[in-house]
Design a protein around this ligand. Structure first.
Ligand code: SF4
Length: 339
């Protein structure tokens, strides 16, 4: 098994099936603008502390930001340009606030790979400073909109970084910081307790055992699945018999109320009972949308054959009407992109 990371462990806990798609099957998700934005700002701040002699000028940092800008995942050139300007302002404000106290970092973008109770863990720490006491100070930059300073006391990513730093540098960590770049706010915490370290180790081991045992059950959730790139191939949403169709075992549809009159079906209809399982064959009209009669119809008397084919075609037509109604409902439900 490949090495785990803070984000892959988090992904497994969120949805083991999604973890499998990404890390076991190797199916990549589409780029996200917020990852690109975060990466661009992180790279600029890393550049600011990379030198061990003198601080770079603001112009040098902004030039680095410009040349290392990650443009993947934006919906439009306009959106990308707006975020680029916003990121440059953030970097500038950060520089203005901190340049007076600039000191070279002990490490920036520090890649680590450690073994924890048999599990290989890798990651990258934004910045590590050496405190006057000789102990270490771990800093993690955040570029998202929301920020909860109290999170610093219990952030598992910081606990992991504490363990990794102590293994990598052979010195103890004294201080942990989450730095919210958009608001220039920082929240500090003393080193995390041995109970927090033990709890994280237990969690990592549990995840590793589950992965080794190939436990990859989907955890469907309306909100999360809506933004998941794997929804179209996820077993929680797709029946094995009809790939691409919503599975009955997906989350319950919100359409429990009577339909508005303008989109309700005009009249009721009865769908004929299906033939015995296995009799449809693979080329029937219900399966592939063609109008050819399925093989099991061939053996019927002529009159029954006509009636049956007509009933099937009527059922197909009604299914199409019903699909159109569902599509319209989906369109009208606020904030719904599918369910
Ligand atoms: S669609 Fe939902 S259940 Fe399926 S992989 Fe994505 S998050 Fe998991």
């Amino acid at each position: 098994m490949k090495a785990l990371s803070h984000s892959s462990i988090g992904l497994y806990k969120e949805c083991p099936q999604r973890f499998k798609f990404r890390y076991v099957d190797g199916i990549k998700e589409g780029p996200r603008s917020y990852f690109s934005f975060g990466q661009s700002v992180h790279t600029a701040l890393e550049f600011m502390y990379r030198s061990q002699l003198i601080a770079p000028s603001l112009q040098e940092i902004l030039r680095h930001y410009e040349t290392h800008w990650v443009s993947e995942g934006y919906a439009s050139a306009h959106e990308e340009q707006t975020k680029k300007v916003q990121g440059a302002r953030m970097v500038e404000a950060y520089y203005d606030k901190h340049i007076q106290n600039w000191q070279p970092a002990m490490a920036t973008e520090h890649n680590f790979s450690i073994e924890l109770d048999g599990a290989q863990i890798r990651g990258k720490i934004d910045r590590v400073d050496r405190l006057p006491s000789g102990a270490l100070h771990v800093i993690d930059y955040k570029t998202g909109k929301s920020f909860s300073p109290e999170r610093t006391q219990e952030d598992k990513q910081l606990t992991l970084y504490q363990i990794a730093c102590e293994e990598s540098f052979g010195a103890s960590v004294e201080k942990l910081t989450l730095y919210h770049v958009p608001s220039l706010r920082e929240a500090d915490s003393p080193r995390h307790s041995s109970q927090q370290v033990a709890s994280l180790r237990r969690e990592i081991i549990q995840v590793k055992i589950s992965i080794d045992q190939k436990v990859f059950d989907p955890k469907p959730d309306d909100y999360k699945c809506r933004w998941c790139d794997y929804k179209k191939i996820c077993p929680a949403w797709v029946t094995p018999e009809a790939p691409g169709q919503p599975a009955k075992r997906g989350p319950a549809s919100p359409m429990l109320k009577p339909l508005p009159a303008d989109i309700a079906p005009k009249k009721t209809f009865a769908i004929p009972a299906p033939p015995p399982r296995g009799a449809w064959g693979d080329a029937g009209p219900v399966r592939d949308g063609s109008t050819a009669a399925p093989p099991w119809v061939a053996g019927l008397p002529a009159k029954s054959k006509e009636t049956t084919v007509e009933l099937i075609n009527r059922a197909i037509k009604k299914t199409e009407e019903l699909n159109a109604v569902l599509k319209e409902i989906r369109r009208r439900l606020p904030g719904t992109n599918g369910f």
